[in-house]
Design a protein around this ligand. Sequence first.
Ligand code: HEM
Length: 465
Amino acid sequence: MNPVALDPPIIEEAGEGWLIPAHPRPLDTPPGALRLALMARRSLLAPWTAVSYAARDYDFFLLRRQVCVFNDPASIRTVFVTAAERFERKGAMMRRALAPLLGDGLFISDGETWGRRRPLVADIAHKTQVPVYAPMMTGATAEMLKGWRDGAEISLLPAMAELTAQIIARSIFGTRLGAEALSGIVHGFGRYQARIDSFNLPFFLGAAEGWRVGRGAALRAAIAEVHGVVEHVITEHIAGRGEHGSMVDLLVRRMQRSPELSLDVEALRNEAATIFMAGHETTAATLTWAFYLLAKAPWAEAALQAELDAVLGTRVPTIEDVPHLPYARAVIEETLRLYPPVPILPRQAREATQVGNIMVEKDALVLVVPWLLHRSPHLWAEPMHFRPERFLGDAAPLPYSYIPFSAGPRICAGLNFGLTEAILCLAMIAQAFRLRLRPGFRATPVCRLSLRPRHPILARLEARR
Ligand code: HEM
């Protein structure tokens, strides 16, 4: 099929003081099954129609599979909160794509395993722990900025991914072991992602569990690389050679204190690898899109810099400064609205359940789609515009209309970590540099497992002082 028919054109418009940032033009009519499957395989942001954005809830059948899209906050509350135990199972495609690497790690586990491990992971990434990790956030950013030069050009996503990988690796493994472990883990994750297909066609053909992902030699080598590095760090901690206060240190101490949790090295490895995956790509994507938006919206960039100059001047921020940076926070929140790093939250219905006006069948694919919800004209004024101001003051989004971190019992375990990290990194980078895009450049947002630009976003660094 002609690739043009599979990739809708990207729309971006701007004027004096306003910006409608890059997004694929909604389709006029729903695609047929084949085109839908091919489009979804290229990007899960592409196959939506104008009606999908405006609609509340709807369902359709793709081959033999019922697919339910919930876009009404009341239905989202049912799926994530009131009937959460029926919808806690992640979609088969997501589980199949990630299980070889993450095993029963929290992001894809469910049932009893998830129930036992959630409090454990929630504790180690809890907001009371964030002050311990904040110096790693500012330290890694300062190191990165030391290497940046006025006039140089960087590729935004890899630069931000390297930064957030540094931060999460030091937080999970400790500063010394984190630095040693990092290149192996990043390399292994990169190789894994390059070989994994997040779109599992057999699931749509009726196999409730999709197909097991084939494990060729290259995929096995990538998995072995990540597992080997993480297990090494864990055994170092068990042998007493780890750093006090790191996430692995907390996990190991918990393992030793609470035998009833039946944690072993493999369980700790799965949780550590999960936190690494869940905790660095998301923040890297947030920072990438935030700087893309600021470069396209000079008025917002100026407001951010005025706040940073007034509150921080040239000093390095600390976690105590975060509550005094409301505009920086609003930029991050608005970025997460327009470009939610996890733009689709897939679930597999455990049993038939009525949600709103839709009878959800057992094994149906249930999609809550922040990408659509955050752009719904029923819930947001000027939904396609970039307007950080909507998050300032007392203005709060309607309940369950804004869910970049999901909602209910499975809400992101690293919410406070991720928000604090994004605000501190944004503040430090914007204190020192303006980022300038190549003239006329327009990003193409695409979604496979996460939302990312299809092509590199190159930015020229302009030193502020
Ligand atoms: C801006 C940054 C982040 C965003 C937007 C984000 C978003 C999300 C979302 C949407 C989910 C739920 C996925 C679903 O329901 O299918 C999730 C889960 C999770 N996130 Fe985050 N996340 C971020 C940062 C982090 C960080 C920094 C960590 C760790 C320190 C983390 C750890 C986790 C874990 C462990 C889960 C699984 C929770 C469970 O299933 O119980 N995340 N995240």
